[in-house]
Design a protein around this ligand. Structure first.
Ligand code: F6P
Length: 433
C-alpha cells in the first residue's frame, strides 16, 4: 500500500502536524521500530503477529479445507478478530468466488435464522473459529448451526473445520469428532490474526490465492524500516497518533469500494481494541465512499475539528459506462463511466476536506486483489503496533471487554458475578411514550 499524508500537514489543515514535528516524532518511531523488531525476533506476544507472512503455512490450510473446498456456501461462526479478518478477505474478493460466504458474528435470533434458512446445508461448509474456544456467542451459534444441520439430516462432522487454541471446548469438540482442525498461532491476538488460519480458512474454502495474500503481506513486512518517511505503515500510524495528540480523536475509515466495506469494520476493531486504553485511543468510525458523502461529509467538513478522515483508494477496478441521457443537467454523465464518477467524487471529497482545512490521509492500493489486500491488512497491523508504542499502551490485551462477559454469564445463571448484580442496580430515568 502507498500512503499520502500531505493533507495532514499543519501547513494545510488544522489540526495538522508540521514537517518539523514529524521529524522529531521520527526519533520515537525509530525507537519504537527497535522495540517492534526485538518483539518479532523473540516471537513475543502480539509482535508475533508481524511474523505471520513467514509463519503461516498456506498448504496446511488448503489441506485442512480440501474436503469442503469450493462448497456452494460457507458459514463462518466466530466473532471479533475470529470473523472480521476472514470476512474482510472474502468480502473484498467475493466477485472472484462462487462460494457464498456467510458470517455468523452476532446472536440476533431473526438474523441467524434468516441466514440459515437460505443455505443449501448439504453443500455448506462450517468454519468455527475461536482463539479461546469459550466465546459465548460463537459456541451458542455453533450449537444452533449444528442443530440445523442435524435437523436437515446433514452430517455436520463431514463439513466442519475448527480453528482454535491448544485447549478448550472447541479443541475438545474437534478431537471428539475427529474434525479437520487448525491452531490459532500462539502470541497472535484475534484482531491481528487475519493472515493466519483464523482469517485464511474462509479464503481457502472460497478458492482465493493464499500465497498471494501472504506475498503481499511479506512485501509490506519488508518496508518496516526505522523511519516514518520510508515506511507507509509507520507513516500512517505515526500521523494518526500525532493528529490524535493534536485533537483529532476520531478516525473515519472511508474506503471508496463496496468490496472494502468490511475492511473498515476490521480496522475499527484493530484500532479500538488495541489503542483504547488508559483513557487514550483514537475512535474509529466505519464509513464508505461515495455513499457517506451524502450522510457524514457535512460533519467531517463543518463539524468539530476532532477528526482524521482516512481515504482508501482501491486502484484498478472493473468499470461500467453510464448510458447517454437526454436530461440536460446530467448530460455530462453520459460521457463518463461509473468508475470515473467514483474517482472524481473521491478526489473532490478529499480536496473538499483539504479546502476546509480538515485533516485527511490517503491509503492507495493498486487494485483489490489478494496481494494488495495482504499488504493492506499487514500495513494496518504494523501501523497499529507502532501507534501503540507511541501511545505507550498495552496494544495486545483487551481487559476492558471482560466485565460485560462476566455480567452476561451471571445474568444467564453461569455463576455468581458482581458485574451481574451491578446490572440490576441501573439508575433509571425513563421517558415513556
Ligand atoms: O477468538 P475468540 O477467543 O473467540 O475471541 C473473539 C474476540 O473476542 C475478543 O476477545 C473480545 O471479547 C476479541 O479480542 C476477539 O477477537
Amino acid at each position: 500500500m502507498h500512503v499520502d499524508i500531505g493533507n495532514a500537514l499543519a501547513s494545510e489543515v488544522s489540526p495538522g502536524v508540521s514537517r518539523a514535528a514529524l521529524e522529531r516524532l521520527d526519533d520515537q518511531v525509530a525507537d519504537a521500530h527497535e522495540r517492534i523488531e526485538r518483539g518479532m525476533a523473540n516471537a513475543e506476544h502480539g509482535y508475533e503477529a508481524l511474523n505471520l507472512p513467514e509463519r503461516t503455512d498456506p498448504d496446511e490450510i488448503s489441506a485442512a479445507v480440501e474436503p469442503v473446498a469450493d462448497s456452494e456456501a460457507l458459514i463462518t461462526v466466530g466473532i471479533g478478530g475470529s470473523a472480521l479478518g476472514a470476512a474482510t478477505i472474502t468480502d473484498a474478493l467475493a466477485a472472484e468466488s462462487d462460494t457464498e460466504a456467510v458470517y455468523l458474528d452476532n446472536v440476533d435470533p431473526e438474523w441467524v435464522s434468516n441466514h440459515l434458512e437460505g443455505l443449501p446445508l448439504e453443500e455448506t461448509a462450517i468454519n468455527v473459529v475461536s482463539r479461546s474456544g469459550t466465546t459465548a456467542e460463537t459456541l451458542a451459534n455453533f450449537l444452533v448451526v449444528r442443530d440445523a444441520f442435524e435437523s436437515a439430516g446433514v452430517d455436520w462432522t463431514e463439513r466442519t473445520i475448527v480453528t482454535t487454541g491448544e485447549s478448550g471446548p472447541l479443541r475438545d469438540l474437534a478431537n471428539r469428532h475427529d474434525l479437520p482442525s487448525l491452531k490459532v498461532p500462539d502470541g497472535v491476538p484475534g484482531r491481528f490474526s487475519a493472515l493466519s488460519a483464523v482469517g485464511m480458512v474462509a479464503a481457502a474454502v472460497c478458492g482465493h490465492d493464499l500465497e498471494a495474500l501472504l506475498a503481499g503481506a511479506a512485501a509490506e513486512r519488508e518496508t518496516l524500516t526505522g523511519s516514518l518517511f520510508d515506511c507507509p505503515a509507520y507513516a500512517y500510524g505515526a500521523t494518526a497518533y500525532a493528529l490524535d495528540q493534536r485533537g483529532a480523536g476520531i478516525n473515519a475509515m472511508v474506503p471508496y469500494a463496496e468490496s472494502l466495506e468490511t475492511f473498515a469494520e476490521w480496522f475499527a476493531q484493530l484500532w479500538a481494541e488495541s489503542l483504547g486504553k488508559d483513557d487514550l485511543g483514537q475512535t474509529p468510525v466505519r464509513a464508505l465512499g461515495v455513499t457517506d458523502q451524502h450522510s457524514q461529509l457535512q460533519l467531517y467538513r463543518a463539524g468539530p475539528r476532532d477528526k482524521l478522515v482516512t481515504f482508501v483508494s482501491p486502484g484498478e477496478t472493473d468499470d461500467r459506462p453510464i448510458p447517454d441521457t437526454d436530461v440536460e443537467d446530467l448530460a455530462y454523465l453520459g460521457d463518463a463511466t461509473l468508475g470515473e464518477l467514483l474517482e472524481a467524487e473521491f478526489e473532490a471529497t478529499e480536496a473538499s476536506l483539504a479546502a476546509a482545512g480538515r485533516p485527511n490521509v490517503r491509503l492507495e492500493l493498486e487494485a483489490v486483489d489478494e496481494y494488495e489486500l495482504g499488504g493492506l491488512l499487514y500495513g494496518m497491523e504494523a501501523a497499529c503496533v507502532l501507534a501503540g508504542e507511541l501511545y505507550g499502551v498495552n496494544t495486545f490485551e483487551q481487559p476492558a471487554v471482560e466485565w460485560a462477559k462476566k455480567a452476561t454469564r451471571g445474568l444467564l445463571g453461569g455463576g455468581d458475578f458482581e458485574e451481574a448484580d451491578a446490572v440490576a442496580e441501573k439508575t433509571e430515568l425513563r421517558v415513556e411514550r
